[in-house]
Every structure is written in structure tokens, then in C-alpha cells.
Design a protein around this ligand. Structure first.
Ligand code: NI
Length: 193
């Protein structure tokens, strides 16, 4: 079964980004379950400015360091409709994509099951069936309207991250019993920390 893990299981951290880029960015703490902020409905970004671009850079830095292939702003406690993804393989050049106010305009007919993980829910994997292809409209870091046709891992990653913007998590695809078990485990962990 193909896997989409927001967090790669490998602990290798790739620092192959140009150094000037790295030093300008800051790693942000990632919010994890059971923090209720993850259930926030994020609001649209009205103006793409330097502050937005800085947040994008910080989110990319945070995602690459995790390491992960996707991150939504709400996962770093910013309730704005913004996500970053990069589904390139480790030995490929990086392909960072930042989507501001992403909207799904079309979902493919066929579906595909990926085993998904989430940086906000460490060590939990859920088999999720989603449309195998997706067309997304969004605004890029320069404030320009863009449209992307995604398939494979990228299609799954984009749908996973857009779910975050609506406060939806991978555990919502589980039965209520299993979901409650996961939530209880994270509540217990957060009490002992
Ligand atoms: Ni996630």
C-alpha cells in the first residue's frame, strides 16, 4: 500500500537548501494533539505581504526539519488559510509549493488509499481513501492566482493539508472508538510531560 506520511519515518535532516535561505528562516514549534487549536477553522489571508512570505519561509524550514512533506499554518498556531508541501524524493531537487487560500475546484473520480501520518499526531498512521487526482486554485507567495493539477502523493498531501485548514484531522477518518483511543493516549501523554 502506498504511504503518505506528513512526517517521514527517517530521522535524516536534509540541509541542502542554499544557506542564505536557511539562515533567514526560523523553525517554529509544531502543535500536537490534543491541543484544541488544531480544530480551528482557519480564515482567508487578505493580503500577501512580507509577513506572509516570512511565515511561508518559516513553515518550510519547520517542515523540512521535522522532516515532513506538508504543513498547514494552523499546525504552527497561525489560523490562516496557508499550507506548504514538498513531495519531492530525498535525492531530488526540492520542489516547495506554498498555497494561500487554496480551494479544491475538482476532485477525480477514482480514489486511492494512502497510509497517512501527520506531524501533529506523531506515530499514528491511518489508511485514508481519497480522490487520486485534484485540481486546486490558490494564490502563490507573489500574490498571483495559480491552478495546480495534482496526482499521486501530491494530490493526497494537498487534500490532507486543506483538511487542516478546516480543523479536520486524519483521526476523523477512524471509527469513533479508535479515534477516542488515540485522543486519550495523547491526553495522557500531555499530562505526563
Ligand atoms: Ni497533518
Amino acid at each position: 500500500m502506498p504511504k503518505f506520511q506528513e512526517a517521514w519515518l527517517s530521522t535524516a535532516i536534509d540541509l541542502s537548501l542554499p544557506s542564505a535561505y536557511v539562515t533567514a528562516m526560523a523553525k517554529l514549534p509544531i502543535i500536537t494533539l490534543p491541543d484544541p487549536i488544531l480544530r480551528t477553522q482557519s480564515s482567508p489571508i487578505e493580503r500577501v505581504d512580507d509577513e506572509t512570505r516570512r511565515l511561508i519561509d518559516d513553515m518550510l524550514e519547520t517542515m523540512y526539519a521535522a522532516p515532513g512533506v506538508g504543513l498547514a499554518a494552523i499546525q504552527v498556531a497561525v489560523p490562516k488559510r496557508l499550507l506548504v508541501v514538498d513531495t519531492s524524493d530525498k535525492d531530488e531537487p526540492k520542489r516547495p509549493i506554498a498555497m494561500i487560500n487554496p480551494e479544491i475546484v475538482q476532485l477525480g473520480q477514482t480514489t486511492r488509499v494512502y497510509e497517512e501520518g501527520c506531524l501533529s499526531i506523531p506515530d499514528v498512521l491511518v489508511d485514508i481513501e481519497r480522490p487520486a487526482t485534484v485540481t486546486v486554485r490558490y494564490v502563490d507567495r507573489d500574490g498571483k492566482a495559480q491552478e495546480l493539477n495534482a496526482d499521486g502523493l501530491l494530490a493526497t498531501a494537498v487534500q490532507h493539508e486543506i483538511d487542516h485548514l478546516d480543523g479536520k484531522l486524519i483521526i476523523d477518518f477512524l471509527s469513533r472508538l479508535k479515534r477516542d483511543m488515540v485522543v486519550r493516549r495523547f491526553k495522557k501523554q500531555s499530562r505526563t510531560m
